[in-house]
Ligand binder design. Structure first.
Ligand code: NAG
Ligand code: NAG
Ligand code: NAG
Ligand code: NAG
Length: 399
């Protein structure tokens, strides 16, 4: 009797969080689009790289540290107003644990999170414990009187926690009087079908019509979900990652052009339309084999998406963090290194020479494109970004 009750209770608990996880996965996908669109408006910004599920969990941290409307605004930004606090935290935690499980997914995804507070702050024990439990946050005080060494210590922490893949989060910190969130990540997709490490050569990547950089490119032909949107002159390609639990999706214009036109089209609805149009086809793929390191300060963007109180020194109530109303959210550094490499599962060679592989479509990614990493099960978006300018030397202008 007693055991049966416990089992029933456990099942109930699982059922509740799974439903919340699914809801929050859905909301984080909307957050992905809103945040991407908000950032794409920023002048002079080239590469974009954000992990919406990690941003959602940082928002969860703000909810945990906030009170009253500072906390409830988080739910509004996530369109999760009706979700209870406990379920919000449990759901976000479960979602991130699930989608970042390297063992289950065979991708490398290291995520380190820190909340920095000014040296005057005293972190409340309850907050330290719950934020560690749900969101895996560490806490640290930082003294900005010596700004250079403060910035250096943030960068050193990020570099160390990503095994050196992310050397720098920021060169400077503008507002030094508040609480600062730092996410430092390293992501490396493991392809469901690997590229041959010898099929790599140097090619030109057209940043614009008049500016080309030299990058290593990897090549492979296989059967992939592919769609040519002739009306909008663009290609959509879906490449499964190992264990097929997620896939990387590319949206690329036919020819080099600024990405504004595609970004105007990009919405959740349009993405679903594109994905439902994918057809299994032979595709000859060429991708830059590059490592992309991008760091964004999302503080302003989150404010523009409705998190107006937490980021406002005069309005913020983050008193669950310290027991006092002495903090506001001054910076949200969201930094990731994303490494495109050849590695993946062994290739199924049986299809070579078959009719299916004849006349492959070409997907030659030598100009700016949008990409996403999408979870197959929850439909959450693990990463969204654009590659506009890969690292590489300028190539000589051709006449
Ligand atoms: C990750 O996945 C493996 C294999 O599916 C599982 O055994 C493990 O419990 C998962 N880890 C977490 C933290 O959920
Ligand atoms: C998603 O998962 C299903 C079932 O596991 C699998 O059949 C399908 O190929 C996967 N889709 C992608 C795009 O990887
Ligand atoms: C935050 O403050 C509220 C109201 O005082 C309290 O009920 C809640 O337990 C606090 N949360 C944490 C994590 O300390
Ligand atoms: C991923 O799969 C490859 C083989 O396909 C294996 O060698 C590697 O250890 C796996 N990595 C993880 C993190 O599971």
């Amino acid at each position: 009797m007693w055991l049966a009750n416990v089992v029933a209770l456990c099942l109930l608990a699982v059922a509740i969080t799974s439903a919340d996880k699914q809801l929050l996965a859905d909301r984080s996908a909307s957050l992905a689009m809103n945040l991407y669109q908000n950032m794409a408006k920023e002048k002079g910004l080239e590469n974009i790289l954000i992990s919406p599920v990690v941003v959602a969990s940082s928002l969860g941290l703000v909810a945990l540290g906030g009170k009253a409307s500072t906390a409830s605004q988080v739910k509004t930004v996530l369109s999760a107003d009706k979700v209870k606090d406990e379920q919000l935290h449990a759901g976000l935690a479960e979602l991130l644990t699930d989608v970042s499980n390297s063992t289950a997914r065979n991708v490398t995804w290291k995520i380190s999170n820190r909340l920095y507070g000014p040296s005057s702050v005293n972190f409340a024990d309850a907050f330290v414990q719950t934020s560690k439990k749900h969101y895996n946050y560490e806490h640290s005080k930082i003294n900005f009187r010596d700004k250079r060494s403060a910035v250096k210590s943030i960068n050193e922490w990020a570099s160390k926690s990503t095994d050196g893949k992310l050397p720098e989060v920021t060169k400077d910190v503008d507002k030094t009087d508040g609480a600062m969130i730092v996410n430092a990540m390293f992501f490396k997709p493991h392809w469901d079908q690997q590229f041959h490490h010898k099929m790599v050569d140097n090619r030109g990547f057209l940043v614009s019509r008049s500016y080309t950089v030299s990058v290593p490119m990897m090549h492979r032909t296989g059967i992939y979900g592919f769609h040519e949107d002739t009306k909008n002159s663009l290609y959509v390609l879906s490449m499964p990652l190992a264990h097929k639990m997620s896939s990387m999706i590319f949206i690329m214009p036919y020819h080099v052009e600024p990405l504004e036109r595609l970004e105007k089209l990009l919405s959740r609805k349009q993405l679903d339309t594109w994905l439902s149009s994918l057809q299994e086809k032979a595709v000859a793929i060429s991708l830059p084999k590059v490592s992309l390191e991008v760091s964004h300060n999302l503080q302003k963007h989150l404010g523009e998406l409705g998190l107006t109180e937490a980021v406002d020194k005069t309005k913020a109530d983050l008193s669950n963090i310290s027991g006092k109303k002495d903090l506001y959210l001054s910076n949200v550094f969201h930094a990731s290194a994303f490494e495109w490499d050849t590695e993946g599962n062994a290739v199924d060679t049986s299809i070579y020479g078959s009719d299916k592989m004849k006349n492959p479509k070409l997907f030659y990614a030598d100009h700016p494109f949008i990409f996403l990493v999408k979870d197959n099960k929850t439909n959450s978006i693990l990463f969204i970004g654009r590659l506009v300018r890969p690292k590489g030397d300028k190539m000589r202008d051709e006449l």
